[in-house]
Design a protein around this ligand. Structure first.
Ligand code: SF4
Ligand code: SF4
Length: 127
């Protein structure tokens, strides 16, 4: 059974970001350019990135929140909270049928990102 990778994230400008972890319920990893297979990590992106702007925008992101993970993280700080991962980057060696990711952990990078394209799945490895 695929339980999905632990997600670590550096994207401090995302509404879902909490201290290098991701509080979203699910994240979608896509090709940066539609229809173009990724051959390097810069050609991937976290499509679930949602730029932090203020309270109204925070509430707008609340339909995709991992409440159970946040509660666990509160009780036992560390690596408890992690979203499920849907990934269509089939050129990655960790990709599995069903848009799953078989890596144990993935790192999403893009400090100070302004849009999805500024983020990458740094764990991507070309098949
Ligand atoms: S950029 Fe993606 S992985 Fe990082 S906090 Fe936002 S939704 Fe989560
Ligand atoms: S490591 Fe590969 S399969 Fe896993 S989320 Fe990143 S790009 Fe997708």
């Amino acid at each position: 059974m695929n339980i999905g990778p632990q997600v670590k994230c550096q994207v401090n400008t995302c509404v879902h970001w909490i201290k290098d972890l991701c509080a979203a319920g699910n994240i979608d990893i896509l090709y940066e350019e539609e229809g173009k297979m990724a051959q390097q990590q810069e050609q991937t992106e976290c499509k679930t990135f949602y730029k932090k702007r203020g309270l109204a925008n925070f509430i707008g992101g609340m339909d995709n929140v991992n409440w159970l993970g946040m509660a666990k993280e509160y009780v036992m700080p560390g690596q408890q909270m992690s979203p499920s991962v849907t990934c269509i980057v089939s050129s990655c060696k960790y990709w599995a049928q069903g848009d799953l990711c078989n890596a144990q952990e993935i790192d999403i990078t893009g400090i100070d990102a302004r849009e999805c394209q500024d983020t990458d799945c740094s764990t991507f490895v070309d098949r």
